[in-house]
Design a protein around this ligand. Structure first.
Ligand SMILES: Cc1ncc(COP(=O)(O)O)c(C=O)c1O
Length: 491
């Protein structure tokens, strides 16, 4: 169980006259505030700053930092986010002076080592995607989506085609339609089959000569490989459209199969998820995109190129594709995260990457199996790297919702799974254990869920009970919308 002490604010810890530092008397003439600052800018009263000793301040912040949940401190099965352990070795390597001391305005001739690493990263990403051309500019998965859609727009514009629609399945991540709308497309959502998969008939009906792109996450957000992905891609290609694979779930398939091999024309990676860049709370991220050869001229630059001279000397350079849509980020992308991805891939090697995916799948299926007696998983007999349980039955029988389970898990020292996503599963709890978790951790987590489901539902409604803050006003706010406008993607 976690710290049960209430956290006091610095102002509450303050005692008049306490100081962290005492300064010797000034040996130069001093001036009062009134002499230095015009009266208009001075408040009637000086600000009431807390007065504290250095240990007071240090303990306050160190204690606050221990209240955070992170992959370094807790099991973090937040589905669709791949909260992977970040190996410390890669942190150390990414901070080597020869790498971090490079300034992006140095000439390429002056940073050949860094460019060699970035070039190799580009090549490995292309190989894992099965798509030959990569731009590492985008700084997040969502920005990768938007970038690829702008690439698609430029491609169709160049062909003289005015395609206005982007189609996606009901299980799509919210960033997919958001990116499509920002890129200026109309969003068409397809119904799912009863098993949660792409409905080919619905896709056939929706796709026509105005369809630019079909955006699909594969494995999908239920943690299941789309069995008809190749047939779906064929429908798009027959209509002259493109297939975008949202690569957020690459952790399940890296080294096993490739988006380029099952029909994808474009994809993004989430390097911060799949390849262990540390993330959470909004950043930092890295969302490179891979595309087929016929789309490479539209990519944002710079792309890292390699030239081998006749005598064998190798040079790396920065180039901008001829019809580039332009930059989407400064310099070469989010290099800090790309480097962690590079070291992850180099450390594991090709076989290790596949082993990691297989271990992630094994862990998810183990957790799914040991939770099966208490939580229903409506879609899929076996899952890939994650699965979506439903609290619908326990809500009906015992009045315990997905939210209650998630909140109470925090008391047991586990980060909550993703809840209420994907929307195709009612009372969804989406769990992604990742490859590094031990059997003991998974057993302890399942035991906690089992205990929670036997607790008093009234007690659960007030969980978490052991954290300094129980339920902030988000519950109330979520139930009483303050904003009143109706959604409209495009008119
Ligand atoms: C399926 C899926 N697609 C796209 C994204 C967006 O990625 P990012 O958070 O890097 O913008 C996410 C993020 O969770 C996701 O789960």
């Amino acid at each position: 169980m976690r710290n049960t002490q209430a956290v006091q604010l610095l102002s509450e810890l303050s005692h008049t006259g306490r100081r962290a530092e005492t300064f010797p008397p000034a040996d130069v003439p001093t001036r009062s505030l009134n002499e230095m600052i015009p009266a208009d800018f001075l408040a009637a009263q000086p600000p009431q700053l807390p007065e504290l000793t250095e240990p007071d301040v240090v303990r306050h912040y160190v204690n606050l930092s221990t209240l955070n949940m992170s992959v370094d401190t807790h099991f973090y099965p937040l589905g669709s986010c791949t909260m992977k352990y970040n190996p410390k070795r890669h942190e150390r390597l990414a901070k080597l002076p020869g790498i971090i001391d490079v300034h992006p305005y140095q000439s390429p001739a002056n940073m050949q080592g860094l460019l060699a690493i970035l070039y190799e990263t580009q090549e490995m990403l292309a190989e894992i995607a099965g798509l030959p051309a990569v731009s590492m500019q985008p700084a997040a998965g969502a920005q990768g989506e938007l970038t690829a859609l702008l690439v698609a727009s430029a491609y169709f514009r160049d062909k003289g085609e005015h395609r206005t629609k982007v189609v996606f399945p009901a299980s799509a991540h919210g960033t997919n339609p958001a990116s499509a709308a920002i890129a200026g497309f109309d969003c068409i959502q397809l119904p799912a089959t009863a098993n949660g998969f792409i409905d080919l008939d619905a896709l056939r009906k929706a796709v026509d000569k105005n369809t630019a792109v079909f955006m699909v996450t594969n494995p999908n957000t239920l943690g299941l490989f789309e069995p008809d992905i190749a047939a779906a891609a064929q429908i798009l290609h027959d209509a002259g459209g493109l297939v975008y694979i949202d690569g957020a779930n690459m952790n399940a398939i890296m080294g096993i199969t490739r988006p380029g091999d099952f029909g994808g024309d474009m994809m993004h990676y989430n390097v911060h998820k799949t390849f262990t860049g540390p993330h959470g709370a909004g950043g930092p991220g890295s969302g490179p995109i891979g595309v087929r050869d016929f789309l490479k001229d539209y990519l944002p630059g710079p792309i890292i190129t390699k030239t081998t001279a006749a005598e064998g000397a190798v040079t790396y350079d920065l180039t901008t594709p001829v019809k580039s849509i332009g930059r989407v980020r400064t310099h070469f992308g989010n290099v800090g995260i790309l480097l962690r991805g590079y070291f992850y891939l180099r450390t594991l090697g090709a076989q290790g990457v596949r082993d990691a995916a297989e271990q992630a799948i094994l862990n998810a299926n183990y957790l799914k199996a040991i939770l099966a007696p208490v939580l229903n998983v409506p879609m899929g007999k076996y899952c890939l790297h994650e699965f979506v349980a439903s609290a619908s039955d326990v809500l009906k029988s015992r009045g315990i919702s997905a939210m209650e389970i998630a909140k109470r898990l925090l008391d047991f020292g586990f980060h909550a799974p993703t809840v209420y996503f994907p929307l195709v599963v009612p009372e969804a709890l989406m769990m992604e254990p990742t490859e590094t978790e031990s059997k003991e951790t998974l057993d302890a987590f399942a035991a906690a869920v089992q205990m929670i489901l036997e607790e008093d539902p009234e007690f659960l409604k007030l969980a978490p009970h052991t954290l300094p803050i129980s339920r902030p006003s988000d519950v109330q706010a979520a139930r009483q919308p303050v904003l009143k406008w109706t959604p409209c993607l495009r008119d």
